[in-house]
Design a protein around this ligand. Structure first.
Ligand code: NAI
Ligand code: COI
Ligand code: MG
Length: 356
């Protein structure tokens, strides 16, 4: 198949991990007989430096034309306040402009990494959960205002915004273990009370086969560590999903392991590891690229419909981990880690071809 893929490396470790992602896409194309056109564009801090804007119009136009977008990460101390224009604004704008309201963040720790986690292997056994985070509403997108001695961030949700993300999460739950946990703070927040009542209605009317539970976000943060294997699909609003998935990443051993897919009404999606630009390790070629490589698998599956290729990538990652190809964030103390390039190479070396 032919596909146009926009590549936005971004800042910090973004370009380092995305380089491994583009190599993988080229190898998948070669091995499986596809034609992927990869076009790179500036986004985030590098785009501010080059053009003054974190999401230049040409970059947005490319993403709108593309079948899928692969992103590294944006941000860094160079653009922190008091700078007025921030790289993160570009990422929020891109998600909004592309209408990507459902952010899928799967957490299925690889058995090879059970010992790496700070949690006991018996707690990790059987963990296979999916967080569906609402991505274009809530407090990140509400009105913001700064006064001399006060600041405001409005949290707003409409019924339609809740309906569409709950439908997306319930459809995914239907193809899994049919259990949906809706996470909110309905004991305090009006937006959460709306979220809860809309979720109940959508599930009752459209997904009677799905078992729905509500959970308060603070309790969810605790249960994710105490009994993570009990979760199937979690659906939640933007900020809760952002925070809970950084926490859940530690079930996988490192934030560097977690991929994501941001989807909307059509097949075009944005794919990125869940981590940020990691300024503390940028430029040292030690970043974990597995979350980006697993994001490439999600891109192949969700935007290009290439299930066989997606599975080949996931198997190659699993087999690299089984072989002990571990970056610095994953190695046990006293063991020599591999660098970003070596981990990327290990996955390419293990990538299978088309089934004959
Ligand atoms: N999607 C995006 O572009 C995101 C951007 N950010 C931005 O990134 C910048 C740094 O934010 P932080 O809070 O430090 O979060 P971060 O996710 O960049 O880093 C947190 C910690 O995890 C480590 N880490 C992250 N990714 C790693 C990887 N692939 N391999 C090994 N270690 C990894 C870092 O070294 C750091 O110690 C900020 O400007 C923030 O706004 C943060 C989150 C997401
Ligand atoms: C700009 C931020 C909302 C990025 C982030 O932390 C995320 O999407 O996980
Ligand atoms: Mg985050």
């Amino acid at each position: 198949m032919k596909a146009l893929i926009a590549v936005l490396p971004g800042d910090g470790i973004g370009p380092e991990v995305v380089e491994q992602g583009t190599r993988l896409l080229k190898t998948v194309a070669e091995r499986f007989g596809h034609s992927f056109e990869l076009v790179e564009a500036p986004m985030g801090g590098v785009a501010i430096d080059r053009t003054g804007a974190p999401l230049p119009p040409e970059t947005l136009a490319l993403c709108q034309r593309a079948d899928a977008v692969l992103l590294g990460a944006v941000g860094g101390p160079k653009w922190d306040p008091p700078a007025k224009v921030r790289p993160e604004q570009g990422l929020l704008a891109l998600r909004k402009e592309l209408g990507l309201y459902a952010n899928l963040r799967p957490v299925a720790p690889f058995p090879a990494l059970h010992d790496t986690s700070t949690l006991k292997p018996e707690v990790l056994r059987g963990v296979d959960l999916l967080v569906v985070r609402e991505l274009t509403g809530g407090i990140y997108f509400g009105e913001k205002r700064r006064e001399e001695d006060r600041a405001f961030d409005a949290c707003v949700y409409t019924v339609d915004e809740v309906v569409r993300v709950v439908r997306a999460a319930a459809s995914l739950a239907r193809a899994r273990r049919k259990r949906l946990t809706s996470v909110d703070k309905a004991n305090v927040l009006e937006t959460s009370r709306l979220w809860r009542s809309v979720t109940e209605r959508v599930i009752r009317e459209e997904f009677p086969d799905i078992e729905l539970k509500h959970m308060l976000v603070d309790a969810c943060a605790m249960h994710l560590i105490k009994r993570p294997a009990d979760f199937d699909v979690i659906v939640t609003e933007n900020m809760f999903g952002d925070i809970l998935t950084d926490e859940a990443a530690m079930l996988s051993g490192s934030i560097g392991m977690l991929p994501s897919a941001s989807l909307g009404a059509n097949r075009r999606g944005l794919y990125e590891p869940i981590h940020g630009s990691a300024p503390d390790i940028a430029g040292r070629a030690v970043a974990n690229p597995y979350g980006t490589l697993l994001s490439v698998a999600m891109l192949l599956r969700h935007s290009l419909g290439l299930e066989q290729e997606a599975r080949a990538v996931e198997s190659a990652v699993a087999s690299s981990l089984d072989a002990g190809v571990l970056t610095a964030d994953l190695v046990p103390p006293g063991t020599r880690p591999v660098g970003t390039q070596e981990a990327g190479r290990a996955v390419l070396d293990r990538l299978g071809g088309p089934a004959r």
